[in-house]
Write a protein that binds this ligand. Structure first.
Ligand code: NDP
Length: 487
């Protein structure tokens, strides 16, 4: 009898498991979506949207300008005055339920397009982004006829026409976060998606057509930053909602000052992720991975500053390195991929600059040894140790798979370091002591704090920040408030 033996050292990698992209057809070019129809931009201009994993153009998209924004705001106003504000909450809810169901029906297509256009792994777009987008519509459909219960004792009125600007990190999910509460509360919308990820917003416009949503209730103007600025500056808006960088958020706040237009801002973050010595370290390491490497670290609430209790630093860092070496970086459409492509060349260059800055500041860089494809934009999972509180890599939002690791000795030191940031969006704590969880959650000034988990989202739970992370909440009952007037 021969003894079978395992060839230790052989390649134990997974075989490729690519999701196919042949079950749908994208158009060669897309227009703006205004008054229920796809129309070309007034200038006739278009730009290409690029797949960041292979640098190939996927489709051309209309480049909207001031005239188009004006047309879209007027269409939204007409729809608001003539149709949407007059519908009962129950009727509005039916449209939202229909949209939610169509998102579910087209989930596979939406997930693939999201991964092609933005670079995120298909596992994330399939299991997180698209199901959550549908859940947001279901949740807000439920609120549409129950607003009187959300604000008891008050008469609830819509605000009017909302201008909404979203970033490129969760393209369809951000559409849902913005559009679902606005429509549920009786407002109409003009939305500007990010220049690098317009496709699922355009498919969403098709979904609105399919759902029979009255013309002009949802309008979409694609374009770059100038298109967003034209929208913000349009005098016909009653409300602006923005998610993106703190820098642009501040500029928007300035241009709206004194205009009486309502504003909510969901801006950057630099979350502290605190690991106490009594935490279950193996689980905490999974939490750290999920906290910073989910979606290539393009997450406003990413756990980008790790604070580890000194006594377990060595163990945590060793286990983290070992776990990071197993992460697969590569084709976003492969179901085995953990970390996809960086969203754009500009963002990739920005992250590389920060990697250089960190080393110049004297921090020690660790990067995994995994292979990355030749074409496309890639950054290996990275972290810095030997960092100081004053380092730019500790203070500034990198928005990539780059973690800064610091240590602490006492709970108070952890809280002081956690709060020593201009941001206040999120935070995390790992410990087996409930009392410590309460002390940390009360002690950190941030809108969301996860305990013994990280990066978990739910439409019923309000999300938003303090300080330079913005103001206003999205999700839950709190998220309805920016879209209603009460009397
Ligand atoms: P931006 O803040 O520029 O982009 C967010 C959205 O705002 C996009 O739709 C953008 O359009 C639009 N926009 C840009 N300029 C203006 C303007 N003047 N008026 C109105 N709208 C405007 O983020 P970037 O894409 O430039 O990313 C830069 C950095 O911002 C990242 O490295 C990251 O640190 C941070 N960021 C943070 C996000 C968060 O959620 N916290 C999200 C995105 C970025 P367009 O994309 O077409 O230029």
């Amino acid at each position: 009898m021969t003894k079978s033996s395992i060839a230790v050292g052989a390649d134990w990698g997974y075989a490729p498991a690519p999701e196919s992209a042949d079950h749908f057809r994208l158009r060669d070019h897309y227009g703006l979506f205004i008054g229920g129809k796809f129309v070309p931009a007034a200038s006739g201009k278009r730009f290409k949207t690029i797949n960041p994993a292979n640098e190939k153009a996927i489709a051309e998209v209309a480049d909207g300008g001031e005239k188009d924004v004006d047309k879209a705001v007027k269409a939204a106003r007409t729809a608001y005055d003539k149709v949407w504000r007059k519908l009962s909450g129950r009727e509005r809810g039916k449209y939202l339920y229909r949209i939610a169901r169509i998102i579910q029906e087209r989930a596979r297509e939406l997930a693939v397009v999201e991964s092609m256009d933005g670079g995120k792994p298909i596992r994330e777009s399939r299991d997180v982004d698209i199901p959550l987008a549908a859940a947001h519509f279901f949740y807000h459909a439920g609120w549409a006829d129950k607003l009187a219960y959300a604000f008891p004792g008050k008469a609830v009125h819509p605000v009017g026409v909302a201008g909404q600007i979203i970033p490129w990190n969760f393209p369809l999910l951000m559409v849902a976060w913005k559009v679902a509460p606005a429509l549920a509360c009786g407002n109409t919308v003009v939305l500007k998606p990010a220049e690098t990820t317009p496709l699922t917003a355009l498919l969403f416009a098709e979904i609105c057509q399919e759902a029979g949503l009255p013309e002009g209730v949802f309008n979409l103007v694609t374009g770059a930053g100038a298109t967003g600025a034209a929208l913000v500056n349009h005098p016909g808006l009653n409300k602006v909602a923005f998610t993106g960088s703190t820098e642009v958020g501040k500029a928007i706040q300035k241009s709206l000052a004194g205009r009486g237009t309502k504003l909510t801002l969901e801006l950057g973050g630099k979350a502290a992720h605190i690991i106490f010595e009594d935490a279950t370290i193996d689980q905490a390491v999974e939490g750290i991975i999920n906290g910073i490497y989910f979606n290539q670290g393009h997450v406003c609430c990413a756990g980008s500053r790790l604070l580890v209790q000194e006594s377990v630093e060595e163990e945590v860092v060793a286990k983290l390195k070992a776990r990071m070496e197993t992460l697969i970086v590569g084709d976003p459409l492969d179901k085995n991929t953990d970390i996809g492509a960086i969203n754009s060349k500009a963002q990739c260059d920005r992250i590389r600059d920060y990697l250089k800055i960190g080393e110049e500041e004297g921090a020690e860089l660790f990067q995994t040894r995994c292979s990355v494809p030749e074409k496309g934009y890639w950054i290996r999972p990275s972290f810095f140790t030997k960092v100081a509180q004053s380092h730019r890599i500790v203070q500034e939002e990198i928005f990539g798979p780059v973690l800064a690791i610091q240590t602490f000795r006492t709970l108070n030191e952890a809280l002081e370091k956690a709060n020593n940031t201009p941001y206040g969006l999120s935070g995390g704590v790992w410990t087996d002591k409930g009392a410590k969880i309460f002390k940390v959650t009360r002690g950190i000034r941030a809108g969301v704090i996860w305990a013994n988990t990280f990066n978990k989202f739910d439409p019923t739970s309000p999300f938003g920040g303090y300080k330079e992370s913005g103001y206003g909440r999205e999700g839950g009952r709190h998220g309805l408030r920016p879209y209603v007037e009460l009397s």
